[in-house]
Design a protein around this ligand. Structure first.
Ligand SMILES: Cc1cc2nc3c(=O)[nH]c(=O)nc-3n(C[C@H](O)[C@H](O)[C@H](O)COP(=O)(O)OP(=O)(O)OC[C@H]3O[C@@H](n4cnc5c(N)ncnc54)[C@H](O)[C@@H]3O)c2cc1C
Length: 277
């Protein structure tokens, strides 16, 4: 549901209208984007590249890496996975999220407001403002910014929890008090662990997809005939692939793993800002 585009300043681009804007491309946000983009929702991730995981020295408890992985490489891989699923990325910071009604009311006397697409036409609930590109209208927002909540201040109904650091109050599936607005990962008071936050990003995305129009949604790749040979339709989000396709995907994955693992990650170790020169 992309309308006209506007280039961002540092690579990546935003588009005037999206299905999902993920605010924060750390482990939770990027994982959420993988799931929403794989289901075909037009997904934009906005992130300035400041995941707290970049400070980890060697990540040894993320599932699937028995000897650990460079955390910056893990973030690169998640980035690549989200892009491969079809998500776009804008390298910037979200400065404000407002409900469409609030923005339109404020701009009622502004002639430019008449040029904006109608909320009913594009289904947008939110307008997302960034520090370097035109505002983006979107049906859903997934907030995944660890402890940054300033951009949510203008929205009535979002519960901000102040425990020294700020968090967003959510239900057991990541929904906030505002329809279409979700919070994922550490921001949703999940334990300060990468695997937990990634898993929560996935859960929140599946919740969003179920709330959208696919109840009992599963993102599964199954062998040919798994459902259909039992007389069942392939369920929403699922795919059956034959043996040739399975071998082709495995070969591509092995090639990619060899290439990605050939050299140490080039980015330097990061540490706490108070320890920097
Ligand atoms: C030194 C250190 C070592 C660690 N080691 C481990 C470990 O070994 N194992 C483990 O499981 N966990 C470890 N962690 C914890 C782990 O890094 C976090 O729990 C995890 O990264 C939280 O994921 P998240 O997606 O919620 O937040 P983050 O990964 O921090 O992602 C938040 C994202 O939001 C973005 N953002 C913020 N504000 C905005 C905005 N206004 N607009 C757009 N984007 C914004 C940031 O750029 C960032 O990318 C470690 C943490 C530290 C500090």
């Amino acid at each position: 549901m992309t309308d006209s585009g506007a280039d961002g300043p540092d690579g990546g681009s935003t588009d005037a209208s999206r299905d999902v804007v993920v605010v924060g491309g750390g482990v939770a946000g990027l994982t959420a984007a993988v799931f929403t983009a794989r289901q075909g929702l037009d997904t934009l991730v906005v992130d300035p590249g400041e995941s707290i995981l970049r400070r980890n020295a060697h990540l040894e408890n993320f599932p699937g890496f028995p000897l650990g992985i460079n955390p910056r490489q893990l973030l690169d891989r998640l980035d690549e996975q989200a892009a491969g699923a079809g998500a776009d990325r804008f390298d910037g910071r979200v400065t404000r999220v407002a409900t469409v009604g609030a923005v339109d009311d404020a701009a009622a006397d502004d002639p430019a407001a008449n040029a904006r697409p109608d909320a009913a036409a594009d289904g947008a609930r939110f307008v997302v403002e960034t520090d370097g590109a035109d505002p983006v209208r979107t049906r859903y927002v997934v907030a995944a910014t660890k402890n940054e909540v300033g951009y949510l201040e203008g929205i009535d109904g979002v519960g901000i929890v102040d425990r020294g650091k700020a968090y967003v109050d959510v239900d057991e599936r990541g929904r906030t008090g505002v329809d279409g607005l979700y919070a994922a990962g550490r921001l949703a008071e999940k334990p300060h662990q990468a695997a937990v936050c990634a898993g929560h990003g996935a859960e929140v995305a599946v919740t969003l997809l179920e709330d959208d129009d696919a109840p009992f949604y599963h993102d599964w790749v199954a062998p040919e005939g798994y459902f259909t040979d039992r007389g069942r339709d392939v369920p929403p989000g699922c795919e059956e692939i034959d043996a040739d396709e399975r071998r082709a995907r495995e070969a591509a994955a092995l090639d990619a793993a060899r290439e990605r693992s050939a050299e140490p990650h080039p980015d330097p170790q990061e540490t706490h800002p108070s320890l920097e020169d």
